[in-house]
Design a protein around this ligand. Structure first.
Ligand code: ADP
Ligand code: MG
Length: 355
């Protein structure tokens, strides 16, 4: 695999070498060709490449760096993130589609689950709903294993697609055993195949969304900065509390992301302030601007980083993906803590012991 177009990377200097001009962080536009002084270093080092915090290894062929898929070397994380907000039109689907594609572009193994009967994330990935014989509905009802229903795409992300039958699932689920945890059970066998699984929830707090919330480790909440943005947020929060108490005690808030953001308006700033007061550092630094290209991309069946790789929308979702992966990186072991413990041990060893 080539290093994904749009990925942010920085070149790692060899140990002991002084960083040079080219060591700065860059965004990749097209296949990467190395030039001196990096080529000899990378050859000598077996080609270690630093993509933000992710060390990617690979081989150089004819001037292009071919990256090994990180999943071939590491165990997958298998974190499930539900993109939820019961308000419609706030950018859940847009965020689920584009964030998943951008996280995949960073070398992660990603699945998106379309839990909305409208199937917009299915079509957003270029899959016609009519072609979907097995999808989220069949997995929920227990008619198909997720592995058989998952579709590969040309965008590095796999899709568990939705079809119109999903619209009836809400009612059908009522009579089924474990009606709120059927998605969780359905996804369990394939969870470890992926680093991240995003669930695009419908705009409601019904049994479908409840399945999404019971299946996930965390919820990502897109908020559109408009007058009614805060309305319904308290309802969502109380639903999350109930789900945590009754069904899924591990449920966490992944973050809040502002979509269709226009920073210069007073109203936007007021909404941002209110949301920040409540969610604190759960609010993402990256905001998604309103752009025509973002709204056009689904009609071409492409995520924004493929539809317009060098545009503002692509840049914003790529930044969001980087922030997302950074927040989720495993905590580094903290050498200073170990050192301080050693220092303390040494100090206490030196302290004369009272008899
Ligand atoms: P939801 O899934 O929450 O109902 P969508 O993601 O479908 O919301 O977005 C609602 C509408 O807003 C869609 O027509 C979509 O194309 C448009 N939209 C979403 N985000 C943006 C954006 N950043 N810029 C322009 N249009 C957007
Ligand atoms: Mg939607």
């Amino acid at each position: 695999m080539l290093l994904a177009e749009g990925a942010v990377f920085s070149l790692e200097p060899p140990r002991g070498a002084r960083p040079q001009g080219a060591h700065k962080e860059k965004r990749l536009c097209g296949p990467l060709a190395f030039t001196a002084p990096f080529t000899p270093i990378l050859r000598a080092k077996g080609l270690t490449f630093c993509c933000e915090w992710i060390i990617i290894e690979g081989v150089m062929k004819e001037g292009v760096f071919h990256v090994e898929h990180p999943a071939e070397r590491e165990d997958s994380v298998g974190k499930i993130v539900a993109v939820a907000n019961q308000k419609g039109g706030v950018g859940k689907t847009t965020t689920a589609v584009n964030l998943s594609a951008c996280v995949a572009a960073l070398g992660k193994k990603v699945l998106i689950v379309d839990l909305d009967p409208q199937g917009n994330s299915t079509t957003g990935y270029g899959i016609s709903k009519r072609s979907v014989e097995m999808g989220t509905y069949e997995v929920l009802i227990g008619e198909a294993p997720a592995r058989d229903a998952i579709r590969k795409t040309n965008f590095r992300t796999d899709v568990l697609p939705s079809n119109t039958r999903l619209a009836g699932a809400g009612l059908e689920l009522i009579d089924l055993p474990g009606r709120e945890s059927r998605l969780r059970k359905g996804l369990a066998p394939i969870q470890q195949d992926y680093d991240y699984i995003f669930i695009d929830c419908p705009p409601s707090l019904d049994l479908l969304t409840l399945n999404g919330l019971c299946a996930c480790d965390s919820v990502l909440i897109p908020i559109q900065c408009e007058y009614y943005a805060l309305e319904g947020l308290s309802e969502l929060i109380s639903t999350l509390k109930t789900v945590r108490r009754k069904y899924n005690s591990y449920l966490d808030i992944e973050g809040v992301v502002f979509t269709m953001y226009a920073g210069r308006y007073n109203l936007t700033l007021q909404v941002v302030e209110q949301v920040q007061k409540y969610f604190g550092d759960k609010v993402y630094q990256t905001t998604i601007p309103r752009t025509i290209r973002i709204s056009e991309a689904p009609s071409y069946g492409q995520p924004i980083n493929y539809y317009e790789p060098k545009g503002k929308g692509s840049e914003a979702y790529m930044d969001l993906a980087i922030e997302f992966v950074k927040r989720n990186r495993p905590r580094d072991p903290q050498p200073h803590r170990r050192r301080s413990r050693t220092a303390k041990t040494e100090a206490s060893a030196k302290t004369p012991q009272k008899a």
